[in-house]
Each structure stands twice: as C-alpha cells, then as structure tokens.
Design a protein around this ligand. Structure first.
Ligand code: TYM
Length: 329
C-alpha cells in the first residue's frame, strides 16, 4: 500500500481540509508508506505572489506537522522533486484535450474567461496525475471534490500503459473519508467549505483562535427547527446536516448517535457544544503550529529531507516512463 496525497499552497487550511483529508493522512501513517506534499507548483496556476507562495508553503507544512504528520510519512514540497514536473510533461502527451475540458474544477475556475485562464490551470489535473503516478500510488486520500481528478489520473495511467504496451502505472484508488467527504460552507449549505470563499465566516481556519471559532459557529446559518431524532431526516436541511456531520467527524462518532443525543434540542444548545468540541480539537493543533512557526528554518529543513527521500522513490518510475516513450534507452 503506497499512500500519496497533496494540498495546494494557497489560502488558509480549514476544517474541510482537516476532516476531509489531513485527519485521514495522519491515521494512514500506520497503514502503509505515506508521501504527503505541498502542491506549490499547482499554486502557480492561480494568482499568487512570490512572497505569499513561499510563506504558505512553510506555514502549511507546519500545519500538517502540527496536525500529526510525522516521521512515519515523507513530507515535502512538490517543486523540490523535479520528477513530478518531468513526468507531467510526458503525460501531457497522453492526456486528451477533451478529458481536461470536462473537468469541473477547470470549468468553475476558468468560468467564462477561458481565453484568459492560465495554461497551467487547464493542465492542472495532468500534474496531479503525475504526482501520484510517479510514486505508483495505490491509495490517494482526498475529499470528494478531488474524485474527478483521480478518475482522470486512472484514465491517463490506463492509456499510457496501453499505448506503450507496459505495465508501469497501477491505477490509484481515491480514498474518500466516509465521515467527512464534503464539509460545506457555514454560510451556505450548498457550497463546499473552501479557501477561496470571499467570506471568512464561511470556514473555520486551522489558525483561528478559540473566540473566532466560537463566533463562527454561533453565526453559522441554520434553520429554526429543533434537531430531529434521525440523521436521515436532515436530508432537506443542508446547513443543519453539515453541522451534525462536523460534530460526528470531529468526535469520531456516528452521525446517528450525535443526533440521538441532541434530538429535540435547538441550535442554541447544539452550536456551543459543537464549538467546544472544535476548540478542544483545534487549539492543541494551533499551539503546536505556533511553536513550529517559531523556527521556520527547521520546517524548511524537514521539507528538504522529505524531498530527498521522495526523489529517490520517484527516480525509477520516471526512468521507466522515459524508457517507455523512447527518451532513454
Ligand atoms: P486542496 O488543496 O483544495 O485540498 C486539500 C485536500 O482537502 C480536501 N478538501 C475537502 N474535504 C472535505 N470537505 C471540504 N470542504 C474540502 N475542501 C478541501 C480536498 O479534497 C483535498 O483532499 N488538487 C488538490 C491538491 C493536489 C493533490 C495532488 C491531491 C495536488 N496534487 C495529488 C491528491 C493527489 C487540491 O487542490 O486540494
């Protein structure tokens, strides 16, 4: 089992990233060889200043370490392992325009201004495929929003293996959290919690202090009804369902047991309980983060060490891909 996943170095890490991805990463460290990376090359496809990119790479690495990613895993930043970009270029010869044109993230991010979007934004999923295929990943722990990109990685792997008559790339399995596949915005139950939402009230950032966390849950959109006695009864109440899902995921409980505990109560009592739970989980992470950020060079050194190990693992696959296409004999 080889586990590979990444996180783009733009904006703040939030509770959606934590519950949908990072929590699984931490747990999977005991189950197989894990490589986790900061996707700084992917960040270049949007508008990001050099300073912001450099800072967020270190800050996000520190956040992952503070969340429990440790020496059992290989942690690095993508740009330090050139094999990702080199394999991406080879796979650009395999991926088809039509496949990329169907990607919902491309359609959402480019919007009506396709002509003005960066070429990198279009080929973004090919780099993502290279990220996992260069390590022959078997499991890729991600939130549900990345499922389509992983399916594309599987299509690229299949076409490459077929076109060049090799058995090089195993098909990577998306590994999606059952507890928190898609955490929604606190302001709109139909939109996912996202770094790019203009409203900071829509998300809990992992850097938010206790008061801010409590205030954001207090202001979270809900409805006037009390909580029912069954989780299924929340199907038409997306905001309420999201808060119960967050509670269950944070406490590693089944959503039905959470709803049974709060059945008949209003949000006036549920929200403070949820805020207390989130604070109890996140404040130790924040304390460790602040400590780690006191020595940014040490975080950078950790990434450099990870990059050296990752490069060694990537080299044979890149060489095999180069041989398959005739770039090496
Ligand atoms: P990114 O940086 O947007 O998100 C990082 C991880 O967090 C998950 N996630 C969520 N999960 C549940 N609810 C949410 N609201 C939520 N928001 C984000 C994402 O699904 C992801 O797992 N393209 C990727 C980064 C990437 C990558 C890769 C991932 C680059 N190369 C290779 C896996 C494998 C991205 O932008 O994720």
């Amino acid at each position: 089992m080889r586990v590979v996943s990444g996180i783009q170095t733009t904006g703040n890490l939030h509770l959606g990233n934590y519950l949908g991805a990072i929590k699984q990463w931490v747990a999977m460290q005991d189950q197989g060889e894990c490589l986790f990376f900061l996707a700084d090359l992917h960040a270049l496809t949007g508008n990001i200043s050099p300073q912001e990119l450099a800072n967020s790479t270190i800050e996000m690495a520190a956040t992952l370490m503070a969340s429990g990613v440790d020496d059992r895993a290989i942690l690095f930043n993508q740009a330090r392992v050139p094999a990702h970009a080199e394999l991406c270029w080879i796979l650009n010869g395999t991926a088809r325009m039509g496949w990329l044109n169907r990607m919902t993230q491309w359609k959402d991010k480019a919007g009506k201004n396709r002509e003005g979007a960066s070429v990198g934004l279009f080929t973004y999923p090919v780099l993502q495929a290279a990220d996992v295929l260069v390590y022959k990943a078997t499991h890729v722990p991600v939130g549900e929003d990345q499922k389509q990109h992983l399916e594309l990685a599987r299509d690229i792997a299949t076409k490459f293996n077929t076109d060049y008559e090799v058995d090089l790339f195993p098909l990577p399995e998306p590994f999606i959290s059952k507890a928190a596949p898609r955490i929604m915005s606190l302001r709109d139950g139909s939109a996912k919690m996202s770094k790019s939402d203009p409203s900071d009230l829509s998300r809990i950032n992992l850097s938010d202090d206790d008061d801010t966390i409590a205030q954001k849950f207090r202001k979270a959109k809900t409805d006037p009804e009390p909580l029912p006695d069954s989780f299924d009864a929340l199907a038409e109440r997306p905001e309420a369902k999201n808060l119960v899902t967050i509670f269950a995921a944070l406490s590693d409980r089944d959503p039905q047991s959470v709803i049974a505990e709060f059945a008949g109560q209003g949000f006036g009592s549920f929200k403070p309980a949820l805020a207390d739970l989130a604070i109890a989980t996140l404040s130790p992470v924040r304390a460790r983060l602040n400590q780690l950020l006191g020595d940014r060079e040490a975080v950078g050194a950790q990434l450099a060490k990870g990059a050296a190990r990752a490069s060694e693992l990537a080299a044979p696959t890149l060489l095999a891909a180069q041989k398959a296409v005739g770039l090496q004999v």
